[in-house]
Write a protein that binds this ligand. Structure first.
Ligand code: ADP
Length: 582
């Protein structure tokens, strides 16, 4: 019952399953204790009835008082234990599920992030886990506990009188049958609602991310209208889902109540025909006030359990996604990077075809080619941010796809176009390059990357917070911070993707000098659109439509009169542009 299928279905950890079992056991005990209360009430009533009728009593009054006291203490203790095992332990499960998901996301291949966007993943981490929290705490333990305790009570009732037992128990399977019959319908509604909710959060995220462009192009009204339409659609789908769930849950609840009527009808008949005495009938009347209670609580929650299947599936999709892994011991012979007949596709679109080149240690290898020719993709593959589909890439003779990505990345310093900064001070953003670096080391790297100039103008210098993703900095400033990080890391391989693209000529020269210090003796792979940035390269690989069309030294390529020469000449011509005179 609590095997791997159950665990997967409710997205539970091993510990979570253990906690649910514990919660279920305490629910069974609590329900049975509550039923014992009904028994004590029956005995007390029996005692007083006999006193009233002048008959001799079976139980001593002190025995009754003692059993009431014991019942109250047990009731308190079992409810307390049930609360602890169903609620408190679930909070631990929520915490560990979120941490596991975050850790898993950190290790997933980047290709995965192309399939699911950020709003979608945040929804899984926050919304889906919260929905499961409710199911773990309010449904599973209660429901499975109620099944078992009701089965035990049902057997006892059958021993007393099977006809009355049937009269009061029949609504339970019928009500549950109705709810389980509506399962597929409810789950489909839940999937539609989830999709519509994601469309809304995507819309909001897109609007926030592009707020500058929206304002600059006066698109506010258009965006608001689009968002309104998405919200309306979500509302409609949600209303349909809630109404249909409500109909099934209420119908089940009404059926459950019918048990009272049938018990009274059949009980009255049996008394009239002299087949049972009044006290037995009274006992069943007491029982039906309690027997539906555990299910009453869970009826509405069962519908939630069906709906939660969508959330559980989304959590499990991340949990079951294979993560990039590999050997943690990495001993390359030198740091030459070799692309050996590499093929790569994002999804079905092949962007690199049979790419082979060597980026030698101690040399600068430049990747050039038109936009979209696959230069950045090569840089990402070199650092195993994605895995190649055919061929292989080696560092120092070792196939990088066999190495744990985290271990491999310790060998790489990267400066990419899209600099990622954190909402922290400049000092801490640079320190990310090397965990545990001293302030003096950070400041030296910052100075070398020419950060001093703009940082000294800030109110708190290097202690100034830079806002979310460096919102308070210009493109050039962000890039210099990222270069400082790479300088601090001082890894044997350096990947520079348009590293100086956002800088003006004066700053570019300064940063180029800083980068030159960083590059000595290292394997350097540079991507640059500006030809003068790569003038110092030792080896140039020219890419076009994902294929290597030329490679060699800059002089050799100039002499070849091919694509490289055309690109250099084209850029030189563009360098002399002027305004047309009217
Ligand atoms: P370059 O750096 O030469 O401009 P890229 O390597 O960035 O070229 O891109 C090569 C091709 O791959 C382009 O057609 C681009 O649209 C596509 N591409 C780049 N990144 C992704 C991605 N994350 N998902 C899907 N396609 C991508």
């Amino acid at each position: 019952m609590f095997g791997p299928k159950f665990q997967r279905k409710y997205a539970l950890s091993d510990k979570g399953v253990h906690n649910i079992k514990q919660g279920m056991v305490w629910t069974i005990i609590t329900n049975l204790v509550v039923m014992c209360g009904t028994g004590i009430l029956y005995i007390t009533m029996d005692h007083f009835m006999r006193l009233l009728l002048g008959e001799s009593t079976v139980y001593h009054p002190w025995l009754i008082i003692l059993s009431i006291v014991i019942f109250l203490i047990l009731s308190y203790l079992t409810h307390y234990k049930q609360y602890l095992s169903t609620y408190s332990l679930v909070y631990e499960e929520v915490e560990s599920t979120r941490l596991n998901l975050a850790e898993r996301l950190r290790k997933l291949p980047l290709g995965y992030f192309g399939k699911r966007d950020i709003a979608d993943m945040i929804e899984t981490l926050m919304g889906d886990v919260s929905r499961m929290e409710h199911v773990w705490s309010h449904v599973l333990g209660y429901l499975y506990g109620a099944y078992v305790s009701t089965a035990i009570v049902a057997i006892c009732l059958c021993i007393y009188d099977w006809r009355l037992a049937l009269a009061c128990l029949w609504p339970i399977p019928v009500a549950f049958g109705l709810l389980f019959g509506s399962r597929r319908f409810n789950t489909n509604n839940a999937i539609k609602t989830k999709k519509a909710a994601l469309v809304v959060s995507d819309g909001i995220q897109e609007a926030l991310e592009n707020i500058k462009e929206i304002r600059a192009n006066n698109l506010q009204q258009r965006y608001l209208d689009q968002l309104n339409a998405k919200i309306d659609q979500h509302e409609k789908i949600m209303a349909v889902g809630e109404i249909s769930t409500g109909i099934f849950v209420n119908a089940a609840s009404v059926i459950m109540r019918l048990g009272v009527a049938t018990t009274i009808l059949i009980g009255a008949n049996l008394i009239l025909s002299g087949q049972i005495d009044f006290m037995l009938f009274f006992l069943f009347l007491l029982v039906i006030t309690r027997i539906y209670a555990p299910f009453d609580q869970s009826l509405a929650l069962i519908a939630e359990m069906f709906i939660s299947q969508v959330s559980a599936d989304r959590i499990m999709e991340i949990n079951e996604m294979p993560i990039a892994s590999g050997c943690e011991i990495f001993k390359p012979h030198g740091h030459d990077i070799v692309f050996d007949h590499v093929h790569f596709a994002y999804g079905h679109q092949e962007v690199l075809t049979d790419v082979s080149f060597v980026a030698k240690q101690g040399q600068i290898t430049a990747l050039v080619g038109p936009s979209g020719s696959g230069k950045s993709t090569c840089a990402r593959l070199a650092a195993r941010l994605w895995d190649v589909q055919q061929g292989k890439i080696t560092e120092g003779g070792v196939d990088i796809s066999t190495i744990d990505p985290e271990v491999l990345l310790t060998d790489y310093s990267m400066v990419f176009q899209d600099v990622v900064l954190f909402d922290d001070t400049i000092m801490e953003n640079i320190r990310l390059g090397k965990r545990g670096a001293s302030d003096a080391q950070v400041l030296a790297a910052a100075k070398a990357a020419n950060c001093d100039e703009f940082v000294n103008k800030l109110p708190n210098g290097y202690a100034t917070p830079i806002g979310e993703n460096g919102a308070r900095l210009s493109g050039g400033e962000r890039q210099r911070i990222s270069i400082a990080r790479a300088l601090l890391k001082d890894a044997p391989i350096v990947l520079l993707d348009e590293a100086t693209a956002s800088l003006d000529v004066e700053n570019e020269t300064k940063v180029q000098n800083a980068i030159s210090c960083l590059l000595e003796g290292k394997t350097v792979l540079v991507i640059a659109h500006r030809m003068r940035t790569i003038a110092a390269a030792d080896h140039i690989v020219v890419l076009e439509k994902g294929r290597v069309v030329e490679q060699g030294s800059p002089d050799a390529l100039m002499a070849r009169n091919g694509m490289y020469r055309r690109m250099v000449e084209l850029q030189n011509e563009n360098g002399h542009w002027k305004l047309n005179e009217a």
